[in-house]
Write a protein that binds this ligand. Structure first.
Ligand code: ARG
Length: 458
């Protein structure tokens, strides 16, 4: 005889290995709070539907409160046979209040229950992640403002390309993180729909007011189709895509900083608080924080691809495969919860070496400005590009910097070169010329900072 929730039709016990294989309590205990909250709301809904007396509902709600208190105080004892968090909470409730606990599951299945719990849990997690993401954007905006004068090479193909403001580089990631935050808010709408009241798959046979339940649990609406309601995990996959994309941005940012912190670049030094040493080489200071951020992006992508593979090819409604939806979500949310404040901490504490950035600026980075000079004198850009290229080649051949080419040499390349060509060789002037929205001029960068700050205040 089995004492399982579902034991009625069974005469033999589970194989012990199967028992272990089947159990999810080892990880889904994390849903304890969501599970109790959902059950308390459901008890009220049952009372409103006349299936529980007011007194019975009160006993159940208060009993569940006691169970919650045990979890909170780390006193809840998981027992053999507690298959999952739903079973464990109900078992404990029965011990505390007796047979009336057996009325709680009326019309409910663990299928609508688990989907509800997971959404409640994820909603809170995502809201917390949004706050952490905003904090990271805030740190970025702050640094960008206070270090707006610093210039460095901007890169394409990791080759020095044109001068940019260090702030402009910093802010480039703030915008990707803003998109991540917006993506999160958008996917929250699809998380925030209530499956409770769908039963196992075919809906609830009792007059349960699902609109009331949705409101009670802070959901925007109940799901519209019971078959879809118990099987839909799109919201989980979307959350994992969001997590992957966010980590991907952090990973690229980390990679840039790893490069910038190498002694060859020397643009930045990480604070000791975010670096470690080598057990063999005494001189080493390694950017472990950034490497871990980069590495964990792969792990989160694994969570996403794992869940997508689990979902692919499932027949309609609930299948036990869906028990595999939780660990990737738990893992990804925990990884992000750790990663976001580390990224913010690294950024808030790193030292910037303006002289190393300045030393990396070479006149060749202004070859484009040389071409643009002629454009301003009315020469078609295609010609000017060619002329500037020829100037680069001549300087190279003579073994001098592009800026050291005599005016006469430039004039031989094109007669439009005049005395004012000397003004080309200012990096500050170069970045200031990029005034168009989104460019490197001080005003264009300040506009980015205030746009991000205004958005952060909303
Ligand atoms: N532990 C299960 C899960 O995580 C709960 C739902 C079980 N439903 C069922 N029909 N066996 O998915």
């Amino acid at each position: 005889m089995s004492t399982k929730l579902w034991g009625g039709r069974f005469s033999d016990a589970l194989d012990p290995l199967m028992e272990e294989f089947n159990a999810s309590i080892g990880f889904d205990w994390r849903l304890w709070q969501a599970d109790i909250r959902g059950s308390q709301a459901y008890a009220h809904a049952l009372a409103r539907a006349g299936l529980l007396t007011g007194d019975e509902a009160e006993q159940i709600v208060a009993g569940l409160e006691q169970v919650a208190e045990e979890w909170r105080r780390d006193r809840f004892v998981i027992q053999d046979g507690d298959e999952d968090i739903h079973t464990a909470n109900e078992r404990r409730l029965t011990e505390l209040i007796g047979a009336v606990a057996g009325k709680l599951h009326t019309g409910r299945s663990r299928n609508d229950q688990v989907a509800t719990d997971l959404r409640l849990w994820l909603r809170e997690e995502l809201q917390a992640r949004a706050g952490q993401l905003r904090a990271l954007i805030g740190v970025t905006a702050e640094r960008a403002e206070s270090e707006i004068e610093l210039l460095m090479p901007g890169y394409t193909h990791l080759q020095p390309a044109q001068p940019v403001r260090w702030s402009h580089w910093l802010l480039s990631y703030a915008w990707s993180w803003q998109r991540d935050e917006q993506r999160l808010q958008d996917l929250l709408k699809r998380v925030n729909v209530l499956p409770l009241g769908n039963g196992a798959l075919a809906g609830n046979p009792f007059p349960i007011d699902r609109d009331w339940l949705a409101q009670e649990l802070g959901f925007d609406a109940p799901t519209s189709n019971s078959l879809d309601g118990v099987s839909d995990r799109d919201f989980a996959a979307e959350a994992l895509f969001w997590a992957t994309m966010t980590m991907l941005h952090i990973s690229r940012w980390a990679e840039d900083l790893i490069v910038y912190s190498s002694s060859e670049f020397g643009f930045v030094t990480l604070a000791d608080a975010y670096s470690t040493g080598s057990s063999l080489m005494p001189q080493k200071k390694n950017p472990d924080s950034l490497e871990l951020l980069r590495g964990k992006a792969g792990r989160v992508f694994g969570d996403l691809s794992g869940l997508l593979m689990t979902l692919k090819g499932l027949p309609s409604t609930y299948n036990k495969d869906l028990q595999e939806d939780k660990e990737p979500l738990f893992d990804a949310m925990q990884t992000l919860a750790g990663a976001l404040p580390i990224a913010a901490g690294v950024l808030a504490t790193l030292t910037v070496h303006r002289e190393r950035m300045a030393a990396a600026l070479t006149p060749e980075l202004l070859a484009t400005d040389l071409a643009e000079y002629l454009v301003r004198k009315g020469v078609p850009f295609r010609e000017t590009h060619h002329i500037a290229g020829a100037a680069v080649a001549q300087a190279e051949a003579q073994g001098i910097a592009l800026s050291e080419l005599p005016l006469a040499t430039l004039q031989a390349l094109h007669p439009a070169f005049e005395e004012d060509a000397a003004e080309i060789w200012s990096y500050a002037r170069s970045v200031e010329q990029r005034q168009a929205t989104g460019g490197t001029s001080r005003r264009a960068v300040m506009e980015q900072i205030s746009a991000l700050r205004n958005w952060l205040e909303t």
